[in-house]
Design a protein around this ligand. Structure first.
Ligand code: SF4
Length: 408
């Protein structure tokens, strides 16, 4: 349930992506109020969509137990060959306890409405909604929420807010589509994968050479041109988005890792809570961006939030960047008597490494790993096998889903 702070700003929902059940749990434990997931059918990001109906039921149970919501994307632009089985699928989602579906195709939206389902209808950003009349059209049709187009500025979002009762959801972080929210056939033409049916191959982010009409190479011999845009990071605009009355702040990235989800969700959770607690004295600091850089440091921009994007938002050269901290393992359990933490390995490490243990509410503690054991308590010289179950000594209590990361 949303809370209204004494200063009258409504605390917005923090909405996080989840590509599988583990990520769903991590997103919620680290502070997401809601998660969006993809099922096996009717969803974009087909490769990220590995939730069966049973998985969805399990995810919904976990989320509701933690007062969080689950939204399921059914946002393909369907061809006739895709629409069979839609009614059964939507009914199954409803019976699984899903809180809302996110859809773009009018047939899917009208079918959901005609079934009189309990779950709400959210209109996907694939509908490219950029004005209040379009928002109200879908609200009057029965949708409770509209995910606004990523091409809007905060000033435009604030104007729309004044003219609609619909809930408004806005992207605040993650990958951007350089076309108008997926209205692009680059991927279709280059790889035969339909961007609007979950198959986008991100062809805009490939390496290209630039030639003029005389076939003369304009780009430098060893450098490439990229058609994509920088990722979105709206940290500095969160107070403005809350003041504008946005209902839901959305992080993109169902293909991202557990480390990314925990870090980005943890940072935005803290940022929103810090602002709501005392808006008049809130000070934006570099801390939030520095924390996000521990999990990912791709080039970022504020997209269209500050107005018309310029060349600054374009990703001209592909630059490989590395996070400032490396994810070594996920905590599964802790034995207070022996001070041994059971973890699942995620990256190679050796005894002697200094680690930061990172948990919900941005809890952090530091230690040096002096010994690594396998499940049978054999001493190991290195943790080298992906997802191997290991035991390490930690002089403080840790919790399941805490992250062990290397201090660089
Ligand atoms: S290829 Fe790039 S521009 Fe086209 S839909 Fe995919 S992300 Fe968007």
């Amino acid at each position: 349930m949303k809370t209204v702070a004494p200063n009258k700003f409504t605390k917005p929902e923090l909405l996080a992506p989840a590509g599988d059940l583990e990520k769903l749990k991590v997103a919620i434990i680290y502070g997401a109020d809601a998660v969006f997931i993809g099922g096996k059918e009717f969803s974009l990001r087909a490769r990220a969509s590995n939730f069966t109906i049973d998985d969805i039921k399990t995810g919904v149970e976990f989320a509701h137990k933690h007062n969080a919501k689950v939204y399921v994307t059914t946002n393909i632009i369907a061809h006739n060959e895709n629409i069979e089985g839609l009614k059964d699928y939507l009914t199954a989602l409803d019976e699984a306890g899903v809180d809302a579906i996110i859809c773009a195709d009018p047939y899917i939206i009208s079918t959901a409405k005609s079934l009189n389902l309990r779950m709400e209808i959210h209109i996907s950003t694939q509908q490219s909604i950029t004005n209040s009349e379009a928002v109200n059209f879908w609200y009057d049709f029965g949708a409770s929420r509209v995910v606004l187009a990523r091409e809007l500025s905060i000033a435009e979002i604030a104007q729309i807010r004044q003219k609609t009762k619909a809930e408004l959801e806005v992207f605040i972080h993650g990958g951007m589509c350089v076309s108008y929210s997926g209205r692009c056939t680059l991927s279709n033409n280059m790889t035969d994968r339909d961007a609007n049916r979950g198959g986008c191959a991100h062809s805009c982010r490939w390496n290209y050479r630039l030639y003029n009409k005389n076939n003369e190479l304009l780009s430098k011999e060893n450098s490439f041109y990229n058609l994509g845009s920088k990722d979105l990071m709206a940290v500095k605009y969160i107070p403005d988005l809350i003041r504008a009355g946005v209902d839901s702040l959305k992080i993109e990235g169902r293909m991202k890792t557990v480390h990314y989800i925990a870090t980005v969700v943890g940072v935005y959770r803290k940022l929103i809570d810090d602002f709501i607690e005392d808006p008049d004295n809130f000070q934006m600091s570099d801390f939030y961006v520095e924390e996000i850089a521990k999990a990912e440091s791709r080039l970022t921009s504020v997209g269209a939030l500050s107005g018309k994007p310029t060349y600054q938002e374009q990703l001209y050269n592909v630059r490989s960047e590395t996070p400032t901290q490396e994810f070594l393992g996920l905590v599964l359990d802790y034995d207070a008597k022996t001070q041994l933490a059971t973890i699942e390995q995620r990256n190679h490490f050796k005894p002697g490494v200094e680690v930061e243990v990172y948990g919900p509410h941005m809890r952090k503690e530091y230690a040096v790993i002096d010994a690594i054991y396998d499940e049978s308590f054999n001493l190991l010289d290195a943790a080298r096998h992906p997802r191997q179950i290991l035991k390490i000594k930690l002089p403080f209590k840790v919790e399941p889903y805490d992250l062990i990361r290397k201090v660089r």
